[in-house]
Write a protein of this length. Sequence first.
Length: 147
Amino acid sequence: MNPHLKRLSYDVLARMADNILEGAGYLDQYPVDVIKWLEVDLGIEVHPYPGLKRQHQVEGFLGAGLKTLTIDHDLYFEDHFLNRCRFTFAHELAHFYLHRSLYESADFGDIGQYLTFRETISDEDLKWFEWQGYSLGGLLLVPRSRL
């Protein structure tokens, strides 16, 4: 098991979501403006990439150093993908908070390097990595405590 990847339960992630939202000042804001959170509050630059999903089966990824987020161009600019775009941003926010040490220890800046980075993670750890990103991302958009 990768030492950077802890296996956290959904209940732990739900509590984390409330703590993260409260610390970021978004606990009582609906909908959460994840785009502002990333770009303004965290200073992460968003880079639309034409064909990212079509060519690489990736909707978005954080760059090493946690300073950039590359997202599929169509997701970012097409209004009918707004909800999917927001979820992709929330998913990457989750990785930002959950897997910071893994990203800080990596060295990649483009899609090829990112895909190589993912290949260094075992299949089992990658399942946890993505499940946690999806789960916490959803909880950042819709906290369980507010349902």
